[in-house]
Design a protein around this ligand. Sequence first.
Ligand SMILES: Cc1ncc(COP(=O)(O)O)c(C=O)c1O
Length: 383
Amino acid sequence: MPDVRQVPTSVPIYQTATFASADAEELAAVLSGGVPGYAYSRIDNPTVDALGDAVADLHGAEAGIALATGMAAIHAALLSLLRAGDRLLIGRVGYGTTRTQARNAFGRMGVEIVEVDTSDVEAVEAALAAAPTRVLHVETIANPTCVLADLPALAEAAHRHGALLTVDNTFASPMVCRPLEHGADLVMESATKYLSGHSDVMAGAVVGSRERVAAVRSAQIDTGATLGPFAAFLVLRGIATVAVRMERQARTALALAAFLEGRRGVRGVTYPGLPSHPQADVAARILDSGGAMLAVDLAGGREAGRVFFDALRLPERTASLGSVHTMVVHPPTSSHRALGVEALAAAGITEGLLRVSVGLEDEADLVADFGQALEAALAAVPA
Ligand SMILES: Cc1ncc(COP(=O)(O)O)c(C=O)c1O
Protein backbone atom coordinates (compact mmCIF):
# COMPACT_ATOMS: atom_id res chain seq x y z
CA MET A 1 0.00 0.00 0.00
CA PRO A 2 1.32 3.52 -0.73
CA ASP A 3 2.59 5.35 2.34
CA VAL A 4 0.97 8.79 2.00
CA ARG A 5 1.90 11.26 4.74
CA GLN A 6 0.18 14.34 3.29
CA VAL A 7 -3.57 14.85 3.25
CA PRO A 8 -5.08 14.40 -0.23
CA THR A 9 -7.15 17.39 -1.29
CA SER A 10 -9.82 15.18 -2.90
CA VAL A 11 -11.50 12.33 -1.06
CA PRO A 12 -9.66 9.19 -2.26
CA ILE A 13 -11.67 6.52 -4.06
CA TYR A 14 -11.48 3.48 -1.78
CA GLN A 15 -12.17 1.05 -4.62
CA THR A 16 -12.26 -2.06 -2.47
CA ALA A 17 -14.93 -4.49 -1.32
CA THR A 18 -13.04 -5.56 1.79
CA PHE A 19 -10.85 -4.06 4.52
CA ALA A 20 -8.54 -6.43 6.40
CA SER A 21 -8.10 -6.27 10.18
CA ALA A 22 -4.98 -7.03 12.19
CA ASP A 23 -6.52 -9.89 14.15
CA ALA A 24 -9.80 -11.56 15.14
CA GLU A 25 -10.37 -9.18 18.01
CA GLU A 26 -10.09 -6.08 15.79
CA LEU A 27 -12.32 -7.59 13.08
CA ALA A 28 -14.98 -8.47 15.67
CA ALA A 29 -14.79 -4.95 17.14
CA VAL A 30 -15.08 -3.30 13.71
CA LEU A 31 -17.98 -5.53 12.63
CA SER A 32 -19.89 -4.89 15.85
CA GLY A 33 -19.29 -1.15 15.62
CA GLY A 34 -17.35 -1.24 18.90
CA VAL A 35 -14.40 0.59 17.30
CA PRO A 36 -14.49 2.83 14.23
CA GLY A 37 -13.28 1.09 11.10
CA TYR A 38 -14.25 -0.67 7.92
CA ALA A 39 -14.72 -4.33 7.04
CA TYR A 40 -16.94 -4.65 3.98
CA SER A 41 -18.12 -2.01 1.51
CA ARG A 42 -21.81 -3.00 1.55
CA ILE A 43 -21.80 -2.05 5.23
CA ASP A 44 -19.75 1.11 4.77
CA ASN A 45 -16.90 2.56 2.75
CA PRO A 46 -14.84 5.71 3.46
CA THR A 47 -15.58 7.44 0.12
CA VAL A 48 -19.29 6.67 0.36
CA ASP A 49 -19.34 7.79 4.01
CA ALA A 50 -17.68 11.07 3.01
CA LEU A 51 -20.58 11.69 0.64
CA GLY A 52 -23.18 10.90 3.32
CA ASP A 53 -21.41 13.36 5.63
CA ALA A 54 -21.23 16.04 2.90
CA VAL A 55 -24.97 15.82 2.17
CA ALA A 56 -25.67 15.95 5.92
CA ASP A 57 -23.55 19.14 6.13
CA LEU A 58 -25.47 20.74 3.25
CA HIS A 59 -28.74 20.02 5.09
CA GLY A 60 -27.47 20.95 8.56
CA ALA A 61 -28.28 17.37 9.58
CA GLU A 62 -26.73 15.30 12.37
CA ALA A 63 -26.12 12.40 9.99
CA GLY A 64 -26.41 11.29 6.39
CA ILE A 65 -26.05 8.17 4.31
CA ALA A 66 -25.42 7.79 0.59
CA LEU A 67 -27.11 4.99 -1.34
CA ALA A 68 -27.20 3.51 -4.85
CA THR A 69 -29.95 5.76 -6.29
CA GLY A 70 -32.66 8.18 -5.28
CA MET A 71 -35.18 5.32 -5.31
CA ALA A 72 -32.88 3.30 -3.04
CA ALA A 73 -32.78 6.28 -0.66
CA ILE A 74 -36.58 6.53 -0.58
CA HIS A 75 -36.93 2.77 -0.18
CA ALA A 76 -34.42 2.45 2.68
CA ALA A 77 -35.89 5.49 4.46
CA LEU A 78 -39.46 4.18 4.24
CA LEU A 79 -38.35 0.63 5.10
CA SER A 80 -36.73 1.96 8.26
CA LEU A 81 -40.07 3.43 9.37
CA LEU A 82 -42.90 1.24 8.06
CA ARG A 83 -44.28 -2.10 9.28
CA ALA A 84 -47.22 -4.21 8.08
CA GLY A 85 -50.46 -2.58 9.19
CA ASP A 86 -49.01 0.95 9.04
CA ARG A 87 -50.55 3.67 6.93
CA LEU A 88 -48.51 5.77 4.45
CA LEU A 89 -49.85 9.05 3.06
CA ILE A 90 -48.21 9.98 -0.20
CA GLY A 91 -48.61 12.73 -2.81
CA ARG A 92 -51.08 12.19 -5.63
CA VAL A 93 -48.83 14.48 -7.63
CA GLY A 94 -45.15 13.58 -7.53
CA TYR A 95 -42.57 11.25 -9.02
CA GLY A 96 -44.50 8.28 -10.45
CA THR A 97 -41.91 5.66 -9.45
CA THR A 98 -42.24 6.71 -5.81
CA ARG A 99 -45.95 5.89 -5.92
CA THR A 100 -45.22 2.62 -7.76
CA GLN A 101 -42.62 1.73 -5.13
CA ALA A 102 -45.11 2.50 -2.36
CA ARG A 103 -47.68 0.19 -3.93
CA ASN A 104 -45.30 -2.59 -5.04
CA ALA A 105 -42.71 -2.68 -2.26
CA PHE A 106 -44.84 -1.59 0.70
CA GLY A 107 -48.50 -2.05 -0.27
CA ARG A 108 -47.96 -5.73 -1.07
CA MET A 109 -46.36 -6.21 2.35
CA GLY A 110 -49.39 -4.90 4.18
CA VAL A 111 -48.82 -1.15 4.38
CA GLU A 112 -51.93 0.86 3.54
CA ILE A 113 -51.09 3.44 0.85
CA VAL A 114 -53.30 6.53 0.65
CA GLU A 115 -52.76 9.19 -2.01
CA VAL A 116 -53.49 12.81 -1.13
CA ASP A 117 -52.93 16.27 -2.60
CA THR A 118 -49.89 17.30 -0.55
CA SER A 119 -50.08 20.89 -1.82
CA ASP A 120 -53.39 21.19 0.09
CA VAL A 121 -52.72 21.31 3.85
CA GLU A 122 -56.44 20.90 4.67
CA ALA A 123 -56.70 17.76 2.53
CA VAL A 124 -53.63 16.31 4.27
CA GLU A 125 -55.03 17.29 7.67
CA ALA A 126 -58.30 15.46 6.83
CA ALA A 127 -56.38 12.36 5.65
CA LEU A 128 -54.29 12.37 8.84
CA ALA A 129 -57.42 12.70 10.97
CA ALA A 130 -59.17 9.84 9.15
CA ALA A 131 -56.94 7.05 10.54
CA PRO A 132 -53.66 6.64 12.45
CA THR A 133 -50.79 7.26 10.04
CA ARG A 134 -47.13 6.35 10.41
CA VAL A 135 -45.58 8.40 7.59
CA LEU A 136 -46.54 11.40 5.48
CA HIS A 137 -44.26 11.50 2.42
CA VAL A 138 -44.10 14.64 0.27
CA GLU A 139 -41.91 16.35 -2.34
CA THR A 140 -40.71 19.88 -1.52
CA ILE A 141 -41.30 20.91 -5.15
CA ALA A 142 -43.46 18.24 -6.80
CA ASN A 143 -42.46 16.40 -9.96
CA PRO A 144 -43.59 17.43 -12.59
CA THR A 145 -46.05 20.19 -11.70
CA CYS A 146 -43.79 22.30 -9.43
CA VAL A 147 -46.48 22.72 -6.76
CA LEU A 148 -45.06 23.03 -3.25
CA ALA A 149 -45.42 21.24 0.05
CA ASP A 150 -45.95 23.68 2.94
CA LEU A 151 -43.36 21.88 5.06
CA PRO A 152 -43.80 23.69 8.42
CA ALA A 153 -47.60 23.25 8.29
CA LEU A 154 -47.36 19.62 7.14
CA ALA A 155 -44.72 18.77 9.79
CA GLU A 156 -46.89 20.31 12.49
CA ALA A 157 -50.00 18.43 11.31
CA ALA A 158 -48.14 15.12 10.91
CA HIS A 159 -46.57 15.32 14.35
CA ARG A 160 -49.86 16.37 15.99
CA HIS A 161 -51.42 13.20 14.52
CA GLY A 162 -48.48 11.00 15.60
CA ALA A 163 -47.04 10.65 12.09
CA LEU A 164 -43.54 11.32 10.76
CA LEU A 165 -42.79 13.60 7.81
CA THR A 166 -40.40 12.35 5.11
CA VAL A 167 -39.47 14.76 2.33
CA ASP A 168 -38.05 14.11 -1.14
CA ASN A 169 -36.07 17.29 -1.78
CA THR A 170 -34.73 16.32 -5.22
CA PHE A 171 -36.36 19.15 -7.24
CA ALA A 172 -35.11 21.77 -4.77
CA SER A 173 -31.66 20.50 -3.65
CA PRO A 174 -30.25 21.71 -0.31
CA MET A 175 -29.23 24.97 -1.99
CA VAL A 176 -32.91 25.89 -2.33
CA CYS A 177 -34.51 24.15 0.67
CA ARG A 178 -33.39 22.28 3.78
CA PRO A 179 -36.56 20.53 4.99
CA LEU A 180 -35.09 19.51 8.37
CA GLU A 181 -35.17 23.23 9.25
CA HIS A 182 -38.93 23.11 8.68
CA GLY A 183 -39.70 20.07 10.82
CA ALA A 184 -39.10 17.09 8.48
CA ASP A 185 -37.94 13.86 10.14
CA LEU A 186 -36.01 12.37 7.21
CA VAL A 187 -35.01 13.98 3.91
CA MET A 188 -34.12 12.15 0.71
CA GLU A 189 -32.26 13.40 -2.33
CA SER A 190 -31.77 11.79 -5.71
CA ALA A 191 -28.10 12.78 -5.93
CA THR A 192 -28.31 11.74 -9.59
CA LYS A 193 -29.72 15.25 -10.09
CA TYR A 194 -28.47 18.60 -8.71
CA LEU A 195 -25.92 17.27 -6.20
CA SER A 196 -23.86 15.52 -8.87
CA GLY A 197 -25.11 17.92 -11.53
CA HIS A 198 -23.58 16.42 -14.67
CA SER A 199 -25.95 13.59 -15.48
CA ASP A 200 -23.16 11.03 -15.36
CA VAL A 201 -23.83 9.12 -12.14
CA MET A 202 -26.72 7.55 -10.19
CA ALA A 203 -26.84 8.08 -6.42
CA GLY A 204 -29.15 8.87 -3.53
CA ALA A 205 -28.90 10.18 0.02
CA VAL A 206 -30.92 10.32 3.22
CA VAL A 207 -30.27 12.80 6.05
CA GLY A 208 -31.74 13.26 9.50
CA SER A 209 -31.00 12.56 13.15
CA ARG A 210 -28.19 10.12 14.03
CA GLU A 211 -30.73 7.61 15.29
CA ARG A 212 -33.01 7.72 12.25
CA VAL A 213 -30.11 7.56 9.79
CA ALA A 214 -28.69 4.53 11.68
CA ALA A 215 -32.04 2.78 11.06
CA VAL A 216 -31.82 3.71 7.36
CA ARG A 217 -28.28 2.26 7.27
CA SER A 218 -29.60 -1.03 8.74
CA ALA A 219 -32.21 -1.15 5.96
CA GLN A 220 -29.53 -0.44 3.35
CA ILE A 221 -27.20 -3.15 4.71
CA ASP A 222 -30.08 -5.66 4.55
CA THR A 223 -31.27 -4.72 1.08
CA GLY A 224 -27.85 -3.99 -0.45
CA ALA A 225 -28.61 -0.79 -2.35
CA THR A 226 -24.99 0.18 -1.89
CA LEU A 227 -23.33 3.07 -3.69
CA GLY A 228 -19.97 2.38 -5.35
CA PRO A 229 -16.97 4.48 -4.26
CA PHE A 230 -16.33 5.92 -7.73
CA ALA A 231 -19.95 7.08 -7.97
CA ALA A 232 -19.60 8.66 -4.50
CA PHE A 233 -16.45 10.45 -5.68
CA LEU A 234 -18.29 11.88 -8.70
CA VAL A 235 -21.11 13.20 -6.52
CA LEU A 236 -18.59 14.72 -4.08
CA ARG A 237 -16.99 16.46 -7.06
CA GLY A 238 -20.40 17.74 -8.13
CA ILE A 239 -21.15 19.04 -4.63
CA ALA A 240 -18.10 21.33 -4.87
CA THR A 241 -19.95 23.39 -7.50
CA VAL A 242 -23.63 22.87 -6.60
CA ALA A 243 -24.02 26.30 -4.98
CA VAL A 244 -22.76 28.24 -8.01
CA ARG A 245 -24.59 25.98 -10.45
CA MET A 246 -27.87 26.39 -8.63
CA GLU A 247 -27.47 30.16 -8.29
CA ARG A 248 -26.91 30.56 -12.05
CA GLN A 249 -29.52 27.96 -13.05
CA ALA A 250 -32.15 29.58 -10.81
CA ARG A 251 -31.40 33.01 -12.33
CA THR A 252 -31.81 31.65 -15.85
CA ALA A 253 -34.95 29.71 -14.83
CA LEU A 254 -36.52 32.92 -13.52
CA ALA A 255 -35.69 34.75 -16.78
CA LEU A 256 -37.13 31.90 -18.86
CA ALA A 257 -40.25 31.66 -16.71
CA ALA A 258 -40.80 35.43 -16.96
CA PHE A 259 -40.31 35.28 -20.75
CA LEU A 260 -42.85 32.48 -21.20
CA GLU A 261 -45.47 33.71 -18.72
CA GLY A 262 -48.33 35.51 -20.44
CA ARG A 263 -47.00 34.80 -23.95
CA ARG A 264 -49.41 33.83 -26.69
CA GLY A 265 -49.69 30.06 -26.75
CA VAL A 266 -48.73 29.66 -23.08
CA ARG A 267 -51.61 28.89 -20.72
CA GLY A 268 -49.48 29.10 -17.60
CA VAL A 269 -46.03 28.80 -16.07
CA THR A 270 -45.58 27.26 -12.64
CA TYR A 271 -42.25 28.35 -11.22
CA PRO A 272 -41.71 28.83 -7.47
CA GLY A 273 -39.74 32.04 -8.11
CA LEU A 274 -42.61 33.82 -9.90
CA PRO A 275 -45.00 35.98 -7.86
CA SER A 276 -47.83 34.24 -9.76
CA HIS A 277 -46.99 30.79 -8.30
CA PRO A 278 -50.19 29.62 -6.57
CA GLN A 279 -48.18 29.09 -3.36
CA ALA A 280 -45.85 32.10 -3.60
CA ASP A 281 -46.32 32.59 0.16
CA VAL A 282 -45.02 29.05 0.85
CA ALA A 283 -42.08 29.64 -1.52
CA ALA A 284 -41.19 32.81 0.39
CA ARG A 285 -41.20 30.89 3.69
CA ILE A 286 -39.31 27.72 2.76
CA LEU A 287 -37.26 28.31 -0.42
CA ASP A 288 -34.05 30.32 -0.81
CA SER A 289 -34.73 30.79 -4.54
CA GLY A 290 -37.17 29.49 -7.12
CA GLY A 291 -34.78 26.71 -8.08
CA ALA A 292 -34.32 25.61 -11.68
CA MET A 293 -37.43 23.52 -12.40
CA LEU A 294 -40.46 24.91 -14.15
CA ALA A 295 -43.69 23.54 -15.54
CA VAL A 296 -44.99 25.19 -18.71
CA ASP A 297 -48.55 24.54 -19.87
CA LEU A 298 -49.13 25.19 -23.58
CA ALA A 299 -52.58 26.36 -24.65
CA GLY A 300 -52.53 24.10 -27.72
CA GLY A 301 -52.54 20.91 -25.62
CA ARG A 302 -50.91 17.61 -26.58
CA GLU A 303 -50.06 18.47 -30.20
CA ALA A 304 -48.62 21.87 -29.31
CA GLY A 305 -46.55 20.19 -26.57
CA ARG A 306 -45.23 17.60 -29.02
CA VAL A 307 -44.33 20.17 -31.69
CA PHE A 308 -42.71 22.51 -29.14
CA PHE A 309 -40.71 19.62 -27.67
CA ASP A 310 -39.46 18.44 -31.06
CA ALA A 311 -38.62 22.01 -32.19
CA LEU A 312 -36.27 22.76 -29.28
CA ARG A 313 -32.61 22.83 -30.36
CA LEU A 314 -30.57 23.45 -27.19
CA PRO A 315 -32.16 21.27 -24.49
CA GLU A 316 -31.76 17.54 -24.21
CA ARG A 317 -34.99 15.62 -24.76
CA THR A 318 -34.74 13.38 -21.74
CA ALA A 319 -36.73 12.50 -18.65
CA SER A 320 -34.07 13.42 -16.09
CA LEU A 321 -33.24 16.76 -14.46
CA GLY A 322 -30.72 18.68 -12.40
CA SER A 323 -27.95 18.69 -15.00
CA VAL A 324 -25.68 21.38 -16.42
CA HIS A 325 -27.65 20.78 -19.63
CA THR A 326 -31.21 22.03 -19.91
CA MET A 327 -33.56 19.06 -20.06
CA VAL A 328 -37.14 19.10 -21.22
CA VAL A 329 -39.79 16.40 -21.06
CA HIS A 330 -43.36 16.43 -22.35
CA PRO A 331 -44.95 13.86 -20.02
CA PRO A 332 -48.16 13.29 -22.07
CA THR A 333 -46.19 12.11 -25.13
CA SER A 334 -43.28 10.43 -23.32
CA SER A 335 -43.03 9.41 -19.65
CA HIS A 336 -46.83 9.42 -19.14
CA ARG A 337 -47.83 8.39 -22.67
CA ALA A 338 -49.79 5.39 -21.41
CA LEU A 339 -52.12 7.57 -19.33
CA GLY A 340 -55.44 8.83 -20.67
CA VAL A 341 -56.60 12.41 -20.13
CA GLU A 342 -58.37 11.57 -16.85
CA ALA A 343 -55.41 9.71 -15.34
CA LEU A 344 -53.15 12.56 -16.42
CA ALA A 345 -55.47 15.07 -14.79
CA ALA A 346 -55.50 13.01 -11.57
CA ALA A 347 -51.70 13.33 -11.51
CA GLY A 348 -52.03 17.09 -12.10
CA ILE A 349 -50.71 16.81 -15.66
CA THR A 350 -52.39 18.74 -18.45
CA GLU A 351 -51.88 17.66 -22.06
CA GLY A 352 -49.78 20.71 -22.91
CA LEU A 353 -47.48 20.37 -19.88
CA LEU A 354 -43.72 20.52 -20.38
CA ARG A 355 -41.29 20.03 -17.51
CA VAL A 356 -38.14 22.08 -17.87
CA SER A 357 -34.91 21.60 -15.91
CA VAL A 358 -32.85 24.69 -16.65
CA GLY A 359 -29.12 24.17 -17.12
CA LEU A 360 -26.07 26.37 -17.56
CA GLU A 361 -26.55 27.47 -21.17
CA ASP A 362 -26.44 31.16 -22.01
CA GLU A 363 -29.69 32.79 -20.89
CA ALA A 364 -30.30 34.69 -24.16
CA ASP A 365 -29.65 31.56 -26.25
CA LEU A 366 -32.07 29.54 -24.17
CA VAL A 367 -34.80 32.19 -24.23
CA ALA A 368 -34.42 32.51 -28.02
CA ASP A 369 -34.66 28.74 -28.46
CA PHE A 370 -37.82 28.51 -26.35
CA GLY A 371 -39.21 31.47 -28.30
CA GLN A 372 -38.71 29.75 -31.68
CA ALA A 373 -40.15 26.47 -30.34
CA LEU A 374 -43.23 28.38 -29.17
CA GLU A 375 -43.60 29.92 -32.63
CA ALA A 376 -43.40 26.42 -34.14
CA ALA A 377 -46.10 25.18 -31.74
CA LEU A 378 -48.29 28.19 -32.58
CA ALA A 379 -47.85 27.57 -36.31
CA ALA A 380 -49.01 23.97 -35.82
CA VAL A 381 -51.82 24.71 -33.35
CA PRO A 382 -52.84 28.40 -33.51
CA ALA A 383 -53.87 29.75 -30.09
C1 LIG B 1 -38.48 13.71 -7.34
C2 LIG B 1 -37.67 12.49 -7.62
N1 LIG B 1 -37.38 11.65 -6.63
C3 LIG B 1 -36.65 10.54 -6.82
C4 LIG B 1 -36.20 10.21 -8.07
C5 LIG B 1 -35.44 8.93 -8.27
O1 LIG B 1 -34.08 9.16 -8.36
P1 LIG B 1 -33.09 8.08 -9.04
O2 LIG B 1 -33.40 8.07 -10.49
O3 LIG B 1 -31.74 8.59 -8.65
O4 LIG B 1 -33.40 6.75 -8.41
C6 LIG B 1 -36.48 11.05 -9.16
C7 LIG B 1 -35.99 10.72 -10.51
O5 LIG B 1 -36.31 11.37 -11.48
C8 LIG B 1 -37.24 12.22 -8.93
O6 LIG B 1 -37.56 13.05 -9.92
